[in-house]
Ligand binder design. Structure first.
Ligand SMILES: NC(=O)c1ccc[n+]([C@@H]2O[C@H](COP(=O)([O-])OP(=O)(O)OC[C@H]3O[C@@H](n4cnc5c(N)ncnc54)[C@H](O)[C@@H]3O)[C@@H](O)[C@H]2O)c1
Ligand SMILES: O=C(O)[C@H](O)[C@H](O)COP(=O)(O)O
Length: 305
């Protein structure tokens, strides 16, 4: 019998072609009991689906964050959950550095100003930006993506690196060349840039809140390419409009997509993208094909040479 595999979201063409040669692709959860494997990218895989997916051997995340899958339910029903850890890490790291450069050089403000015919001469004080070179970069979460951000920041800009990650030992931080900081409040006060790279969990939800922004260096540039919900967006808006921090860039929002009239989107010192951290040709090719490798392994499918 040909196995049934749930796939609703777009994944790279080469991965879809491999799947089509060996399985039936199903784009809905109408009959979870008929599914042999589930591939999740943007869609959610909730308990009500998992509890009915009696035949399912694998729930495969196209990506790293597992917050869209009810992992507890999968455990309870004995279904293995896998992800494509590292497959998009370089792409996310490059986007994070891109946000830092864009905000340090006020690119949104300058582009909007040019379009509005605002700058009649060059050299105006409000167009002056900052260099990344030699600055202090604070990482929140010191895992795979954070380490790649650190590599770029060190090699290209000689940044000094700090980390807030209670799960990384002092020894591990030392090996990675990170100065360990004990609280988020201490981190935001000490550094020039913060880049967030934690999963969304109970302990990271609204980790960046009004109390944290109140302690921040007023020249701080904040970048979040992790998950919406780690930053309290109302508190961020207050911080950006009252000068508690200088600027922010975010790839992820509490509600996705954010409403077009979301207050943050109107600000010159805020740049947003809609969850494209891993959306490069290279990362999508890697992740798509890892997804297929794992599905085929779980379903004992052998590809012809
Ligand atoms: N924007 C995107 O498209 C995109 C793409 C990939 C990953 N992500 C997000 O980035 C996150 C990080 O990815 P990664 O591959 O670096 O993961 P990782 O597991 O390698 O690193 C996560 C780090 O966060 C730390 N951490 C966990 N809870 C913490 C807490 N309460 N306080 C401080 N540190 C904490 C862990 O100790 C770990 O070192 C993912 O969980 C995912 O949500 C987003
Ligand atoms: O956690 C991740 O890897 C990503 O945030 C998310 O899952 C989207 O990644 P993409 O599917 O676009 O590679």
């Amino acid at each position: 019998m040909i196995p049934n595999v749930y796939l609703h979201d777009h994944i790279c063409d080469s991965a879809v072609a491999r799947l089509r040669r060996h399985v039936n692709l199903v784009d809905n959860f109408d009959h979870p009991e008929e599914l042999d494997a589930i591939i999740v990218r943007q869609q959610y895989c909730p308990r009500e689906v998992i509890s009915r997916a009696k035949r399912c051997r694998l729930i495969q995340m196209h990506g790293v964050g597992l917050d869209r899958i009810d992992v507890e339910a999968a455990k309870e029903y004995g279904i293995s959950v896998k992800r494509t850890k590292g497959g998009n890490a370089q792409s996310v790291a490059e986007l994070a550095i891109g946000f830092m450069l864009a905000m340090a050089r006020k690119m949104k403000f300058l582009d909007r100003g040019l379009q509005a015919g605002k700058f009649q001469t060059f050299g105006l004080p409000e167009t002056v930006g900052l260099e990344l070179s030699g600055k202090k970069l604070g990482l929140v979460g010191g895992g795979q993506i954070a380490q790649l951000v650190a590599d770029i920041a060190r090699a290209a800009f000689h940044c000094k690196l700090f980390v807030y990650d209670p799960f990384l030992s002092a020894e591990a931080c030392k090996k990675l060349g990170f100065q360990k900081v004990e609280t988020v409040e201490a981190l935001v006060a000490a550094v020039d840039f913060v880049s967030i790279h934690v999963p969304l969990t109970e302990s990271t939800k609204h980790m960046f809140n009004a109390a944290v922004f109140a302690k921040a260096n007023p020249d701080l540039i904040l970048v979040n390419t992790s998950r919406g919900g780690v930053v309290d967006e109302e508190a961020l808006y207050q911080a950006l409009t009252t000068g508690q921090i200088l600027a922010a860039g975010m790839d992820v929002f509490e509600q996705q997509p954010p409403r077009p009239d979301h207050p943050l989107l109107s600000l010159d010192n805020f740049i947003g993208t809609l969850h494209v951290g891993g959306s490069t040709r290279e990362a999508l090719e890697r992740n798509g094909n890892t997804v297929v490798d794992n599905v085929f392994a779980a379903l004992h499918i052998k590809e012809e040479e």
